[in-house]
Write a protein that binds this ligand. Structure first.
Ligand code: PLP
Length: 397
């Protein structure tokens, strides 16, 4: 008998499904503002110059394709520790494991919470990146949500968040926080709000799981650690999941890290051994190339400077496009005020467009954005800004 005949079709991934529809669209003026990928002025997702140079060196110098250790390249791990934590936390309290992207890091972290700290539940902002609940579900980690947005859906309601944490969480629960460039809203807490959050996390004895996928895309590589450091001042334990997909443009190389901070070196070592056991029975050990690129760049002062310059260029381009959009909307059609987008950070902005308006943009104008109204600002272009704003103004009439 056929075992597979009973398998039903999984629903398509909501965001990647949109890209399929976009590719099939014959509208010559179509625009894809859905997926979270940076694009330059020519609409391409470029390979950074520092990455090209590192790869040239690797071709010449790399001497083996032998397996990496379970936790990845030592030089890479040390650079991640310095880049993310600086001297903020003692090195012997941090375990860093190279992972296949930020997603891989989140999955390893989830498996760790389930296998080591159950019963445990994780609290996520509503809304959050759609893959967060999917990863937690896949790992068997129970999840729940705390409020994040105000009723206008364009601002952060810190009081609502704190109230939910105060009244709904149990001691020992985990809480997912976005270190910067909150996806999908682009709305981050202010420094004072971070303090409030950190105090509550400490008081409620929550374990922070911090998703740090956009370091350098908010206010700058160093500036973007503010929320993380505020939390680490308040608590002794945390897990941080990082990614070089965006700030190194290494999307397809799958390189990130799961970083665990414990109260002391002994507790760190025990947790590190469990993280390694989880990796071993999952993907065994991480792929080398992405980690080798990052280590090659960050080992070399000149390449590091070049990288910092390239991240800054991407960051500034996104900020410029966001400002251009707001200005062009003001002078287009009925003069719509989108200035609430200006404090938003990172690749995404929550536009406040309704699912119906999002659908009209797609059907009538070939403009693809996610149903929640999340726009990938990095997918906009100077060249098509007027066309985009005319279409948005048309669906708002
Ligand atoms: N976390 C958030 C919030 C993201 O938006 C992304 C990528 O879109 C990731 C994590 C992980 O990305 P990757 O697995 O490609 O490194």
């Amino acid at each position: 008998s056929q075992r597979l005949a009973s398998v039903s079709t999984a629903p398509p991934d909501s965001i990647l499904g949109l890209t399929e529809a976009f590719l099939a669209d014959t509208n010559p003026n179509k625009m894809n503002l859905s997926v979270g990928v940076y694009k330059d002025a020519s609409g391409k997702t470029p390979i950074l110059e520092c990455v090209k140079e590192a790869e040239r060196r690797l071709i010449d110098d790399e001497s083996t394709k032998g397996y990496l250790g379970i936790d990845g390249l030592p030089a890479y791990r040390e650079h991640v520790r310095q880049l993310v934590f600086g001297d903020r936390v003692e090195a012997d309290r941090i375990a860093v494991l190279q992972s296949p992207g930020g997603t891989g890091a989140l999955r390893v972290a989830s498996d760790f919470l389930v296998t080591q700290l159950s019963p445990i539940r994780i609290w996520m902002s509503s809304p959050t990146w759609a893959n967060h609940p999917a990863i937690f579900n896949a790992a068997g980690l129970p999840s729940d949500t705390y409020r994040y947005l105000g009723s206008d859906r364009t601002s952060f309601d810190v009081d609502a968040m704190i109230e939910d944490l105060d009244t709904k969480t149990s001691p020992g629960d985990a809480i997912l926080l976005h270190a910067c460039c909150h996806n999908p809203t682009g709305i981050d807490p202010t420094p004072d709000q971070w303090k409030q959050i950190a105090e509550t996390v400490a008081m409620r004895q929550l374990l922070p799981l911090i998703d740090f996928a956009y370091q350098g895309f908010g206010d700058g590589l160093t500036e973007d650690t503010l929320g993380l450091y505020t939390l680490l001042d308040a608590v002794d334990e945390a897990i941080v999941c990082t990614s070089f997909s965006k700030n190194f443009g290494l999307y397809s190389e799958r390189v990130g890290a799961v970083c665990l901070i414990a109260a002391d070196a002994g507790a760190m070592k025990a947790s590190q051994s469990q993280l390694k056991a989880i990796v071993r029975s999952n993907y065994s050990n991480p792929p080398r190339h992405g980690g080798a690129i990052v280590a090659t760049v960050l080992d070399d002062a000149k390449l590091t400077d070049q990288w910092k310059g390239e991240v800054e260029q991407m960051r500034q381009r996104i900020t410029r496009l966001r400002t251009d959009f707001v200005t062009t909307m003001k002078t287009t059609g009925q003069g719509h005020d989108f200035s609430f987008l200006l404090p938003q950070r990172g690749m995404f902005s929550f536009s406040g467009l309704t699912p119906m308006q999002v659908d009209q943009l797609k059907q009538k104008h070939g403009i693809y954005i996610v149903g929640s109204g999340r726009i990938n600002v990095a997918g906009m272009s100077e060249e098509k800004m007027q066309q985009l704003c005319d279409a948005v103004a048309a669906v708002l009439e």
